[in-house]
Design a binder for this molecule. Sequence first.
Ligand code: LMR
Length: 404
Amino acid sequence: TWDSVPLAPPDSIFKLTAAYKEDTFPQKINLGVGAYRDDDNKPWVLPVVKKVTDMLLHDPALEHEYLPITGLPEFTAAAARLMFGADSPALAEGRVTSVQTISGTGANHLGALFLSKFYGWYEGKEVYLSDPTWVNHFAIFRNVGVEPRTYPYYDANTIGLAFSAFIETLQTAPPRSVFLLHACAHNPTGVDPTREQWSQIADVILAKGHYTFFDCAYQGFASGDLEGDAWAVREFVRRNVPMLVCQSFAKNAGLYGERVGALHVVAPSASAATRVKTQLSVLQRSEISNPPAHGARLMALILNNPELFEEWKRDIRTMAGRIIAMRQELHGLLTDKYKTPGNWDHIVNQIGMFSFTGIRAEQSQALTEKAHIYLTTNGRISMAGLNSHNIEYFAESLDKVVRG
Ligand code: LMR
């Protein structure tokens, strides 16, 4: 029966984790998937998450009933405050619809599905994705009949933002186009617009009547500061840019497996927000019925308790701080110790969990084949995979492939 089903390739990111696990080479390094590791290369359960897990476990009132279709209200409300600010006028005016989703991927999917069905498309259903972007964005939009296009984002010559080409695409795209923007800590490049550039992006988006589809998977990872990392989102809301936001707690709370996230649609009025919510609820019901409870309960405890919230912020700074330290160390090794040809300042200038090294596909393949270092072929490395024990070996190996 299934003779006509073609064999699909493995996922380009998760196949690296599988290959790394199978590799028996003692000095192997996994710089593939964006998942935080401590200095001993171990997954890190945030101390605050340990604490709230314990609280839940000992809660005599804990039951296992269905959550509402749109999620745990004390989670979605707190998640919205985290994204938009507790004093956000849009929240006070009831213009934000928030739905709990299967982490950031689920938020992207539900947002894409909603737009596919209800957005006032000007021409065909198309979304503009940054070139490059998280590879899964392409499949998520195609799955719901929205064709991905790309806008220039990364300039290989400067290893920075291709700002004028990006602006030009915003200007020349048909009116009311949908643009997916990474709210902070761009995946995979680690290159974000400056605040001044964000303002200019907002100018063109408003002038052209475009729609902003924000993906925010790394709040807290760009600067170690949850508020600062939400700046672009909040500025766009302040300027009344039509938008939605996909929010994930996988990275900033280390809740990868719990699949806890939210989709927030900012509507022009409270009544529009209510109508949107009813439709999101219908879509969600047919797809997952009700979102999973555990991760949402954990995050609700953290977000709604000032002390636990402060603890969480400390844990985020621990993760962001270790990543920044690794950036500095790697930069020092390449420039001072190995005197690796080329300029490596982007390693310290880029932000978030990833660094886009700027090496070519064949060089990244050589790192994997010769040095047992796993990374995506676009040259992205997850900084969290580096630690004080393996960074020398990585720098030495990178130096070798750069020299050819
Ligand atoms: C990544 O880009 O490595 C992460 O977002 C994990 C994933 O789901 O791909």
